[in-house]
Design a protein around this ligand. Structure first.
Ligand code: 5RP
Length: 227
């Protein structure tokens, strides 16, 4: 799998031009992309990076790639990120890592949002075995769970618990995460509007009609898929 991710990252590297303001998400494919950029010293020196991920920030700093805070950023030339799954229309499900709110902010700032990964991420239709994750105000957890069950009585809305300590996972913004497993996948176009209409829900992990291109590698080739 790692060599497929490296191949996808190598193809993504071709899209980075000197002087660009480049967004980077999280994950192992993104790490391969940064390693590839680092080998091109002139390019690495010329770009400015903005990232949604603490680990990616550490890697950028270790490679002395200039970084800029999200809070002073309103535009990116390009944003690269991995995902858990994406479909033919480039709708993506993310947030195994629970940082989708920041990732979506960067994706929305970017002229081009490029998904990169190995071929296992590409499915004809998004699947119910990967949850839609929502970031939720702590005070709203029970209310939001109840509202979700009113909308989709057969869904499971599970508060994400920490496997390291007693209690829930708390995001860097001080919020909780709820993983929603649907019995059957609702129409993708209405998931965000339904969930974001519930008071207390900050953001969902469904990146609907946001990506402009996906670069995926399988054993035979690297494919570029455009929206
Ligand atoms: C987490 C994500 C990551 O971007 C994704 O999991 C990264 O995957 P990989 O390590 O295979 O590049 O969306 O929610």
């Amino acid at each position: 799998m790692e060599d497929l991710k490296q191949k996808a990252a190598a193809a993504a590297y071709q899209l980075v031009q000197p002087g660009m303001l480049v967004g980077f998400g999280a994950g192992s494919t993104i790490a391969h992309l940064i390693e590839k950029i680092k080998l091109d010293e002139n390019l690495a020196r010329s770009i400015t990076a903005v990232t949604s991920s603490f680990n990616t920030q550490q890697l950028l700093q270790a490679h002395q790639i200039k970084t800029q805070a999200i809070s002073v950023t309103t535009y990116l030339d390009i944003y690269f990120d991995g995902c858990d799954l994406f479909d033919q229309s480039l709708n993506a499900l993310k947030s195994g890592g629970g940082i989708h709110t920041r990732e979506k902010l960067l994706a929305a700032m970017a002229r081009d949002f490029i998904l990169i990964g190995d071929g296992s991420k590409f499915v004809p239709q998004l699947l119910v075995n990967v949850p839609v994750v929502i970031e939720v105000l702590q005070e709203a957890i029970f209310f939001v769970q109840q509202q979700i069950l009113q909308l989709w009585p057969n869904a499971k809305a599970i508060l994400r618990l920490s496997n390291k300590k007693d209690g829930a996972v708390i995001t860097e913004h001080g919020n909780a995460l709820i993983d929603i497993y649907f019995e059957s996948m609702p129409a993708v176009g209405m998931i965000n509007t339904s969930l974001k209409a519930i008071p207390g829900v900050l953001e969902t992990s469904l990146f609907y009609q946001m990506a402009t291109q996906a670069i995926i590698a399988d054993k035979k080739s690297v494919q570029h898929i455009y929206r």
